[in-house]
Design a protein around this ligand. Structure first.
Ligand SMILES: NC(=O)C1=CN([C@@H]2O[C@H](COP(=O)(O)OP(=O)(O)OC[C@H]3O[C@@H](n4cnc5c(N)ncnc54)[C@H](OP(=O)(O)O)[C@@H]3O)[C@@H](O)[C@H]2O)C=CC1
Ligand SMILES: CC(C)CCC[C@@H](C)[C@H]1CC[C@H]2C3=C(CC[C@]12C)[C@@]1(C)CCC(=O)C[C@@H]1CC3
Length: 339
């Protein structure tokens, strides 16, 4: 049976490289690219068709940071497909990033230099904003929209006699200290990206606990440091051009500098081939590239615990019902009952 795979944020970077790799692995796969910009989605489909002329590639308009868009797209998916085999939760943003150059310079001469380059710990902050749904944008895009999508797609993901998979693109920048159960949207801090990625690690564990018995399995990956629109947005482009030779040099010493989207998609495409029962729900699967340029995946235990993951899940359910109530009220204002 042809596998049906939906990828969010599939029009560029790691998501697009993943689609390319999936088609190379299994030309029969039915791909569904869920993107917010249809022009970029069309361009991605054309690029994929250049190398895989017979590929079955559908496009969906999805702004994962908007509750209405998620609800609408989920209805469309349920109409188009009776079953979804893989849902890659990959779309992500890091708005207005700022590098702490003082910390970077200090780190260069410390024993933690490799760790600093692998995780960006202490190097990066972002400026977040509140979106039209009244949610913090980074939280809404990187986590909550995807959570809602999973919840809405339950009927096509949890089919009797079938297994289905959720695969989250997390990050080595996910950090416990950036996340708080008292502020899951990270309204107060300056590391919303770290917080949202840590929350995705927690959520994956909670989803496994709830859904494994229904044949739905969730995994988390880290692509390493990959040069994409997201990373190019961190520093001015002339700076990247200047330091690129240094980046390739660092790559010889650390396997987390995967650098190309193809390399970064290693763990995502590796997971596509694994039996879900053989995977560890506590592990993050890392895409790694050796000094000689060989790609491989490696599981590393995540710094998460069951109580926090369960508490986050409960808060997400609460937020979901608040958001749904708000949508109903807004709809009633536009179309009052009885009219
Ligand atoms: N690059 C890296 O080093 C690392 C990246 N990651 C994660 O990898 C994932 C992919 O990012 P990457 O490939 O690097 O960067 P890109 O910016 O190339 O890709 C991000 C994708 O997400 C899409 N997207 C963003 N916001 C939304 C939205 N609201 N609705 C729908 N789609 C959206 C983008 O669409 P559009 O083109 O319209 O902006 C784009 O297709 C992200 O989750 C990121 O956090 C994790 C660790 C390291
Ligand atoms: C080569 C150096 C002299 C200068 C590069 C410094 C930083 C810009 C980078 C060092 C570690 C990087 C990193 C990321 C972005 C760029 C760095 C901060 C990420 C945060 C990108 C998105 C992620 O999800 C994880 C990455 C970790 C490492």
């Amino acid at each position: 049976m042809n596998k049906v795979v939906l990828v969010t944020g599939a029009n560029s970077g790691i998501g697009l490289a993943l689609c390319e790799r999936l088609l190379a692995q299994d030309p029969q796969v039915q791909l569904c690219l869920a993107c917010r910009n249809m022009q970029r989605a069309e361009a991605a489909r054309s690029a994929l068709l250049l190398s895989h002329g017979d590929a079955r590639i559908a496009l969906l308009r999805l702004d994962v940071g908007s509750v209405r868009s998620v609800l609408k797209v989920a209805e469309e998916v349920k109409l188009r497909y009776n079953r979804l085999d893989y849902l890659y939760l990959n779309a992500g943003i890091m708005p207005n990033p700022q590098v702490d150059f003082k910390a970077l310079f200090k780190g260069l001469f410390s024993r933690n230099v490799i760790h600093m380059f692998a995780t960006a710990e202490g190097l990066l902050t972002q400026q977040d904003r509140v979106n039209a749904d009244g949610l913090q944008e980074v939280f809404a895009t990187n986590l909550f929209g995807h959570f809602l999508l999973v919840r809405e797609l339950e009927p096509v993901l949890c089919q009797p006699g079938h297994t289905a998979r959720l695969i989250w693109t997390s990050s080595s920048n996910a950090r416990r200290s950036a996340f708080s159960l008292d502020d899951i949207q990270h309204r107060k801090g300056a590391e919303p990206y770290s917080s949202s990625k840590y929350a995705s690690d927690l959520l994956s564990l909670a989803l496994n606990r709830r859904y494994n018995s229904q044949g739905l399995f969730s995994s988390v990956i880290c692509p390493g440091l990959v040069m994409t629109n997201l990373t190019y947005g961190i520093l001015p482009s002339f700076f990247w051009t200047l330091i690129m030779p240094i980046m390739w040099l660092i790559r010889v010493f650390t396997n987390t500098f995967t650098l190309t989207p193809y390399n970064g998609a290693e763990a995502l495409s590796w997971l596509f081939l694994q039996r879900p029962e053989s995977l560890d729900p506590w592990a993050k699967y890392h895409s790694l590239t050796s000094g000689l340029g060989n790609n491989y995946s490696q599981p590393r235990k995540m710094d998460i615990d069951e109580a926090t993951s369960e508490a986050l899940y409960e808060q997400l359910l609460e937020l979901e019902s608040e958001v749904r109530k708000k949508m109903r009220e807004e709809d009633e204002e536009v179309h009052p009952p009885g009219h």
